[in-house]
Design a protein. Sequence first.
Length: 627
Amino acid sequence: MQRSRRRLSCFIFSLFFFASGIKAQQGYSRNDVLDCNYPMKAAPSPSYLYTCSEPRQHSCHAFLIYKSRQGYNSTETISHLLRSDSSELARINNVSNPYIFPTNKEVIVPVNCSCSGQYYYQAITFYVIDSDDTYYSLANDQYQGLSSCSALMGENLYDAENLSVGLKLLVPLRCACPTRNQSRDGVKYLLTYSINENDTIPDISERFNVSVKESLAANGFTDHEEAVIYPNTTLLIPLQSEPLSSQTIILEPIVYAPPPVSTLSTVNGEPKRSKKKLHFGLGAGVASLAVLCLLSLLLRRCHRKKMGRIKGKIRSTPTKHILDAMCGIDRVLKVFDVDELKAATKDFSSECRIQGSVYGGMVGGTMVAIKRESRDVMSKEVNILYKLNHFNIISLGGISTGDQHCYLVYEYMKNGCLRDWLRDPSRSGLWNWTLRVQIATDVANGLDYLHNFSYPPYVHKDIKTSNVLLDTNMRAKITNFSLATSSDGGKEGPNLTKNVEGTLGYMAPEYLECGNVTPMLDVYSFGVVMAELITGKGAIVEHQGRRRLLSEMLISIVDGDNALEVLGDFVDPDLRMRSPIALVMEVAKLCVACLARDLGKRPNMCEVVSALSRIQRDTEMWALAYQ
């Protein structure tokens, strides 16, 4: 990866840093930070990220300023976007949690800033959710200058012109730690401030109770006269105490007069405006192209209806509501001839059945899974799955509607479903601890994407081990979206349903009792799946002559006396001698948190992913020592 290249650079320049880094403070990036192709020169540049000034300092507490905007206007959404703790964010901004901020309100975001190689940053991940996203738009619009286009390009291997929906990007956020000289002068924190139109260093300094001289020095300026700053770039504010919510403001939207038709402005900030005009022009072109594509689809649809028969054979054409769903599609779904699918599955014979109404067969030289569905269910799944693009969610490759049935054609998952692996004694030797943690992390990542990064967000409603499939490399993917529903984050009040559907043992209490559908329903179900992963038992267990919920049994163990010892006897026998029991207990505690009866006390999937990532890291260290 790019990071290994930077480690080599760090080695080459280590003597330089040791000799001069102690006294140096950060430099201001100017508007070079807006240049996506700004080169990484021999010496580290603030146009990329802030440089590590203290060789021995690895991390510190820091703060960012993020302006509330549509989609990211609450303690929960902003903390999720910037990977901050929502309760800490609420505390530092003196608000309740959750809380909705007014639009354009400056929000203080606490982060952990780390030194890696030459640069400081808070490393976070982001899933591309818009086909129009670019490194430039992510850095300057989504993250408001708190990252840089060149840093995004340097940290990710994807082509800048080909960021497809669902890609997982590493986003380095601009932060820094105080130098030794600053610490000696009483500076405890550095706040990364995203500069707005009409901001000046004296005004910013006055708001945060810092002298202009200190602000100038913290950003490498020698005097006020040379201190020219640009919108969408960042300024470091040296603080002797935590920032106060009273120091933040609500920004008034700036309305620009229409520019002259043939004139080019040369005022400060022109690089940003020029790029925005360019993006607007490109956007208009893309919009026009989209309209043409839509018209083309409609014309082709009408043409197919008129043709009826082609070469003496009835064509398998999707029904109206299927076509309506496909009109908005970002990627091509192939329409298969039903006879081709029948040939691949020997007319859907039992010997080709994988499970239930799912069959396996070779189509066009590729092994696929073919699911037979009713038209209503098919329309719903197509409408959902064509919008989703994530490694841990099953990929829909095509459809067919040629006879009384409808068919969905999926990627083939060689190792079947998780439930079968957990129940098959012959496979027990393959079930090591590292693999189980990886599968749990995969499912959590898929749910995190569904809840927080898909548009609209979705609740799966039927998370269970039979709906988790394993590919050739035993990586997990979520399947079966027949019960899934969108969860409109802007809708007031609970989302209630009278039609409670699901699988006993996996359904959350509030859903069973009241029909309440929220993302926390999936969190609860995922807690059951994790419990099955560590115990090898089903969601409902035969115990002392009666049927009991696995979730209840695990909660009583974790909350009871001698929990570690009792858990050791309760887990899958294959894990007892070959797993770190302390980490098994960590997963068990995470299960119990997900299984909380009060949905308000359950972690969200972002928090679950974070916890599992730590467990996975500790598992890797244990595996190295164990080997």
